[in-house]
Ligand binder design. Structure first.
Ligand SMILES: *[C@@H]1O[C@H](CO)[C@@H](O)[C@H](O)[C@H]1NC(C)=O
Ligand SMILES: *[C@@H]1O[C@H](CO)[C@@H](O)[C@H](O)[C@H]1NC(C)=O
Ligand SMILES: *[C@@H]1O[C@H](CO)[C@@H](O)[C@H](O)[C@H]1NC(C)=O
Ligand SMILES: *[C@@H]1O[C@H](CO)[C@@H](O)[C@H](O)[C@H]1NC(C)=O
Length: 401
């Protein structure tokens, strides 16, 4: 019986896929383009390729920071296009042979084994995205299966506007993706994603697995991409695909800012301690990071930065070994540049209140007054967006918390 159900389910899925395929063909895609498979990932151990890529002393994140900060302005201009065309990275045998390595959890072993593999080829690119005068680039971390979140964002805070910056330039949006983390999702979702990208032209995808620890790869890939393709973009908003953003307030906040400033603003944590409880999502073993606290960093749920700073950050990050938590890693890059991230009350990326049942969680006047609030899934986001943009009468001074 259940086998029969599975068969029916499979054929329904197949017909759906066929329908999409037919639609795509009608939209004048050549069969060759549509059937093009992404190059198979080659991560079999090959020749040792990166002799300097082994795990240096785990406590040496801060090495050379002074030299680097001094050298940054002298850095030569980078490539003009994405210059990585093959995935050519072998396991780092040196790390796997360390005595402490065997005691680590498997996902840390995997992270350390391929930590030196820094850049991957692009599967979907939009070199034209930043053409013209772009005031604010909205950059959203997403994964291949979360199509509904991208859709809701395109209808709400990610809506592109050619004069969204109020005479200061356009507002454009991109989504950052890796490849599907489950083998069985890969082939089907990849074709759907390519189709989605043909419709909207806003997907940047790289050939690395979309896993929690690879979020740091997403960070450095975006910074490199931005450095190559967006020399004139003034500001960046970067965030998750499950947050509420109020672009009107972002633009108002930016109105008296200059893109040359070292602007990096969000929900900033000072002296946050690495989490040592093994069952926590953010657990970090002592061999990976032994200091008592992290440098200041802004929660990755949503933050603003100036375009010029993003270009300098790219070079600063290139001097550090990858760290598995992406927003902490950015904090480390900022520290290389001696730039302090600025805290702002309007960014609520670590939750609004301690009380889950607080009426603030559903209060449109509160959302109207904020810049970023985590965490809203598509139906809630669409509903809240509607409320915030309705004829709402709000008290002048809303008591937050
Ligand atoms: C991989 O890298 C090694 C060393 O850099 C190089 O000799 C080899 O040709 C590369 N292979 C591919 C397929 O790019
Ligand atoms: C491993 O370590 C040795 C000795 O420190 C070094 O010569 C070699 O290049 C390293 N190999 C890799 C892949 O990092
Ligand atoms: C990150 O992506 C690369 C390339 O797909 C993969 O080899 C590696 O295992 C991933 N790392 C983690 C920690 O998931
Ligand atoms: C909202 O208010 C404006 C101005 O007060 C009015 O013109 C508009 O019709 C109102 N819209 C709705 C949906 O009530």
């Amino acid at each position: 019986m259940s086998l029969w159900k599975k068969t029916v389910y499979k054929s329904v899925c197949l017909s759906l896929a066929l329908l999409v395929a037919v639609t795509v063909f009608q939209r004048s895609l050549t069969p060759h383009q549509f059937l093009q498979e992404p190059p198979p990932p080659t991560r079999e151990p090959q020749k040792a390729q990166n002799p300097s890529g082994h795990l240096v002393n785990p406590n040496s994140f801060w090495k050379n920071t002074k030299d680097v900060a001094a050298a940054t302005p002298m850095a030569p201009p980078g490539p003009q296009t994405w210059d990585i065309s093959s995935t050519n990275c072998s396991a780092n045998i040196n790390v796997t042979q360390q005595p402490w390595f065997q005691g680590l959890e498997p996902h840390f072993q995997q992270f350390l084994t391929y930590r030196h593999c820094r850049y991957f080829p692009m599967l979907l690119n939009h070199p034209e995205k930043c053409r013209g005068a772009v005031y604010l680039l909205v950059v959203v971390k997403s994964v291949i299966t979360q199509h509904d979140r991208r859709e809701a964002i395109r209808q709400t805070w990610g809506r592109e506007q050619e004069s969204g910056g109020g005479g200061r330039g356009a507002l454009r949006t991109v989504f950052l993706l890796g490849t599907a983390s489950k083998q069985e999702e890969r082939a089907h979702y990849q074709q759907l994603l390519a189709y989605e990208d043909r419709l909207y032209g806003d997907i940047l995808q790289w050939d690395f697995l979309d896993s929690f620890f690879n979020l740091t790869l997403k960070e450095i890939h975006f910074l490199k991409w931005f450095d190559i393709y967006c020399p004139h973009v003034q500001f960046i908003f970067k965030g998750d695909d499950d947050v509420f953003v109020n672009p009107t307030n972002l633009l108002e906040f930016l109105a008296d800012r200059q893109p040359q400033e070292d602007l990096f603003v969000g929900d900033v944590l000072q002296r946050a301690r690495p989490i040592r409880k093994k069952d926590n999502k953010y657990y970090i073993p002592g061999v990976l990071y032994s200091k008592a606290s992290y440098p200041p960093y802004a929660g990755g749920g949503g933050f603003l930065m100036a375009g010029g700073l993003a270009r300098r950050l790219r070079r600063a990050c290139d001097t550090l070994e990858l760290y598995p938590i992406d927003d902490v890693f950015l904090g480390m890059c900022l520290e290389v540049l001696s730039v302090q991230p600025t805290a702002h009350e309007g960014f609520k990326t670590f939750g609004i209140t301690r009380n889950r049942n607080s009426r603030m969680n559903k209060e449109p006047c509160f959302f109207r007054s904020m810049l970023v609030v985590h965490k809203l899934l598509p139906p809630e986001l669409l509903a809240m967006w509607g409320l915030v943009h309705s004829n709402l009468t709000c008290a002048r001074n809303l008591q937050v918390l």
